[in-house]
Each structure stands twice: as structure tokens, then as C-alpha cells.
Design a protein around this ligand. Structure first.
Ligand SMILES: [Zn+2]
Length: 422
């Protein structure tokens, strides 16, 4: 049986092996050999180890391993020689908070969260970053120096004053309207019908469908890459809430399975904005006129508001994290949160302790926010060019403009081409 510790040792060995080949490359300049070796090493992890956990349906383990693998590769790239015990302490504390944040006393949660931030920042500094957010932005393929300007731009141009009540009304209206249509036994058929129209197949994608009443983990997509394999976990249940998650994960899965990048390159320049942007675009397609009338065969009712307030929440999260990772940790977190939450009208929608990315994936709100704007811009682009959101032309655009260039697509070129059009 494999467990996390054994695996983590194996990864360490592989890291050493990769280092060796890196040196050989410096000497003989043979890049082909280096890539072959990197691939071989990574295939080892996937085929022999990770797939065992997949077979046993231990999704948590798979996620954990991916995280370890991912971090090790980064440390390798960055020539990291840090203190492994500290990393384990960091991982344990974040695991603990992910599992217990809902039942912990607020004061204790705040204290532990601040401890976690200090550990994360110490790790980031040991590999040459100013703080952990900066390191994560690097991992997400984001240029750190763009962050402040982009936030300013988006908060000035896109944030809307939407009150919580109209958001809630809109969600309720949509729920009621689609109640009888979006039963769990019909959802996969709608998705297949949609994919057929945009000319995509679920090749390389393994659907792992569960049906549990627990909302806990409603869906996730894991890229196992070599051999190209995507695992899509979905908790199938009645209602538009679950269907939106299903469509979102399908977006991730198509992105992963169609980008023309090799595993190693993907991990090196993973572009979370595009990855998340496509997932959010698929979510938005679900409530579009094209989808409602053609796929669900319903009369269209407009409910775009449901996404506006979420953008405000994402922006609040980004600003909150930027503040606290700069180690203004003497501040009361409720006050830091409240400052932004009231400015962007999300006081009633959420609270920092409810946002799981703060604990599980710091820094992720930023690519999420930009992904959301990317998704909006895609919708606008298709509308302006009279392209239906459920047509082969739309699929072709995704395939040629986004997937073909994969994660290496130049962010600025792409933004110039289609962003800010609305
Ligand atoms: Zn997502």
C-alpha cells in the first residue's frame, strides 16, 4: 500500500533524478533528453501511484499527492533547499483548518489562520519571494506586477452596485423555473447534447459520478495528464445549483483535455486565468438564452445578476488577502474584511471564515476574478459577432484561440483581442 509519506520520499528521489538530468543538459545541451527524462519521471507518479488512489476512489489522496508533486516540482525549479519539517507543519495546519474551520471558535480560527499565514510567508521568503501570495501568483502563471493595476482597473470598470435582495430573488426565481427540468437523471443528457452542438467529445475524461445529499464536495476536476487522463468528480443532485457546478467542471475538463501542451510545460506556465475562465464561461452559458431555449427547451428568463454579486465577492476576497499577507496581522480580521465587504455590498453574502480558498488555495481568488471577466468578455465577443453559444463556431473558437495555444497563450495579446469589449 502506498501512503503519503512513502510517496513524498519517492517524489524527493525523483526530484534528485531530475536535477541530475538538468546538469547533463547544461553540459551536453540536449534538450530532447531532458524532456524525455522529465516525462518518464512524471509518468511514474501518474501510472503507478496516483492511479491506485484513483481506482480506490480516494479523491482526497489524489488531490494531496498532486499538491505535493506540484510543490516539489516548483521547489526543484527554484532550487529550493528548505526545511521540510516546516513545510509539513504548514501542510498539517492548513489541513486542520480546512477540516475544522466551520466548528472552531471564531477567535481560535483567527489565531490559527494568522499562524498559517506566517508559516506560508516564511516558506515563500525561503525561496525568494516577498510573501506567499507572490509565490502563488507565480505558480498560477500570473505576472505579479500586473496585479495591483488590474485590480484597480476592474474595480473601477466592472463592479456593480447590486443589492443582496435582488441577487437572492434572482436565484430563487431561476431555481423555481428550472426545478422540473434539471432533475439529476437528466443533467448528463443535457450536457452531452450541448457538447454535441459545439462539437466536443468527452475523450480522455473519466466521469466519476456520485450521488450524495452532502454538499461537501460538489465537484472537482483533476488533471492526471500522462497518459492524458482527466478525472471529473461530480456529485449529481437535482437543481440548477448542482447543474451549474457540473457545467463548470465540464469546462475545466475540456480545457485540460484539449490544450496542446505537454504535462511539464503546463505545470511550468499553468495559466489559471484561462483554466478558470473557461469553467466560468460554461457556467454562464447555462443561463444564456441560447442554452435555455435550445438545450433545456424553456422560454428564456434573464438572470445575469447572479454573477455580478459574485464578482464583487471575489474582489473583496482578493483585497482582503492582499492586505493580510502583507502581514498586517495585528489588525482584527473582521475589520479588514468589513472594510471591503461593505464597500462592495457583500456583507450579507459571506464572511472571510466561510471562504474555503483562504485555507485551501490562497491567492486563487485573483485568477478566479480575472477568469470571470474573461468569461463575460467571451460572451460579449460571441454576441457581437453573432455566434451562438451552442454552435460549432463557438467550439471552434475555443479550440483555435484558446486550447490550441494552451497555457502558453500570451495573456496580454489575448486580453487585447477579446477582453474589454463590452
Ligand atoms: Zn473552477
Amino acid at each position: 500500500m502506498y501512503n503519503i509519506n512513502i510517496l513524498s520520499n519517492q517524489i524527493k528521489n525523483a526530484e534528485y533524478r531530475l536535477k541530475l538530468y538538468q546538469w547533463k543538459y547544461f553540459i551536453n545541451g540536449n534538450i530532447e533528453n531532458l524532456i524525455k527524462e522529465k516525462k518518464k519521471t512524471l509518468i511514474n507518479f501518474n501510472n503507478e501511484r496516483i492511479l491506485i488512489f484513483v481506482k480506490e476512489k480516494k479523491e482526497n489522496e489524489v488531490n494531496k499527492i498532486n499538491k505535493i508533486r506540484y510543490d516539489y516540482i516548483y521547489r526543484f525549479l527554484l532550487n529550493y533547499n528548505g526545511n521540510i519539517e516546516k513545510i509539513i507543519e504548514l501542510e498539517n495546519l492548513s489541513d486542520y483548518l480546512i477540516k475544522n474551520r466551520k466548528i472552531l471558535d471564531k477567535k481560535i480560527l483567527e489565531k490559527k489562520y494568522k499562524e498559517l499565514i506566517l508559516l506560508r510567508n516564511a516558506f515563500a521568503r525561503s525561496i525568494g519571494f516577498n510573501n506567499y501570495l507572490e509565490y502563488k501568483y507565480f505558480v498560477f502563471g500570473i505576472n505579479n506586477s500586473d496585479v495591483d493595476n488590474n485590480i484597480k482597473f476592474f474595480s473601477n470598470n466592472y463592479i456593480k452596485n447590486i443589492n443582496y435582495l435582488s441577487y437572492k430573488e434572482c436565484v430563487e426565481k431561476l431555481k423555481k423555473y428550472t426545478e422540473n427540468i434539471l432533475k439529476k437523471n437528466k443533467q448528463l443528457n443535457y450536457i452531452l447534447k450541448f457538447l454535441d452542438k459545439i462539437n466536443f467529445r468527452l475523450k480522455n475524461i473519466k466521469l466519476n459520478i456520485k450521488q450524495s445529499e452532502h454538499k461537501k464536495s460538489a465537484g472537482s476536476t483533476i488533471d492526471l495528464s500522462i497518459p492524458k487522463k482527466i478525472l471529473l468528480n461530480i456529485n449529481l443532485n437535482d437543481g440548477i445549483g448542482y447543474f451549474l457546478i457540473f457545467m463548470h467542471e465540464i469546462g475545466h475538463a475540456l480545457y485540460f483535455s484539449n490544450i496542446r501542451q505537454k504535462y511539464y510545460e503546463i505545470k511550468k506556465t499553468l495559466n489559471s486565468i484561462f483554466d478558470e475562465g473557461i469553467a466560468l464561461f460554461f457556467e454562464k452559458i447555462t443561463v444564456s438564452k441560447d442554452f435555455m431555449t435550445n438545450i433545456l427547451e424553456l422560454d428564456y428568463i434573464s438572470c445575469d445578476e447572479i454573477f455580478y454579486l459574485k464578482n464583487n465577492l471575489l474582489l473583496t476576497c482578493v483585497l482582503f488577502e492582499n492586505d493580510i499577507y502583507s502581514e498586517r496581522l495585528n489588525d482584527n480580521l473582521d475589520e479588514v474584511w468589513g472594510k471591503y465587504a461593505s464597500k462592495y455590498y457583500v456583507n450579507e453574502l459571506s464572511h472571510w471564515s466561510k471562504e474555503h480558498f483562504f485555507f485551501s488555495e490562497p491567492g486563487y481568488h485573483y485568477p478566479y476574478l480575472l477568469g470571470s471577466f474573461l468569461a463575460d468578455s467571451l460572451s460579449t465577443y460571441f454576441k457581437k459577432n453573432n455566434i451562438s453559444l451552442i454552435s460549432k463556431e463557438m467550439g471552434q473558437f475555443l479550440n483555435n484561440k484558446i486550447f490550441k495555444k494552451g497555457s502558453l497563450l500570451n495573456q496580454n495579446d489575448f486580453f487585447n483581442e477579446i477582453l474589454f469589449l463590452r
